[in-house]
Ligand binder design. Structure first.
Ligand SMILES: [Fe+2]
Ligand SMILES: [Fe+2]
Length: 142
């Protein structure tokens, strides 16, 4: 069973951002699956590394549009991104040094942070991005 399942509830009505979120959810589930199967530390570390690289790329995409459109919530939104990267980088370093194991509580943290952030802060910029010409689905299909 996946740790986090994509549903329309998670959509912020911006196709490009939704596609990236789907990919993040997929990577998180892959990490979870590898942990449940008790894969070796090296494989887990490499999936975690990929997830973090893609997260950084994804945050940069959102921040690029927020800056471009002068989104009023830019500061607080990017502060949330920074907090997350700081927390996970610290954990990632400890994990790669073999100081801590990859536990279900870490995966639950990743999963609930992602879900709460998408459903809160990310969904909040949807209408603003749409109003600035970043297509929602209707626009793309029209
Ligand atoms: Fe996001
Ligand atoms: Fe975000």
């Amino acid at each position: 069973m996946p740790l986090l399942e994509w549903s329309d509830e998670l959509s912020c009505n911006v196709r490009e951002i939704d596609e990236q979120h789907k990919r993040l959810v997929g990577m998180l589930n892959r990490l979870h699956q590898a942990m449940v199967r008790r894969e070796g530390q090296r494989l887990l570390a490499s999936i975690l590394g990929e997830l973090m690289d893609y997260t950084t790329y994804h945050f940069a995409t959102e921040e690029k549009y927020m800056a471009l459109f002068h989104y009023p919530g830019f500061q607080s939104h990017s502060a949330e991104h920074e907090d997350f990267v700081r927390t996970v980088s610290r954990f990632q370093k400890q994990y790669e040094n073999g100081d801590v194991g990859l536990s279900i509580s870490v995966l639950n943290f990743l999963s609930s942070w992602l879900r709460d952030h998408i459903m809160g802060s990310d969904k909040a910029f949807g209408p603003f991005f749409n109003a600035n010409g970043l297509c929602g689905y209707e626009a793309a299909e029209a």
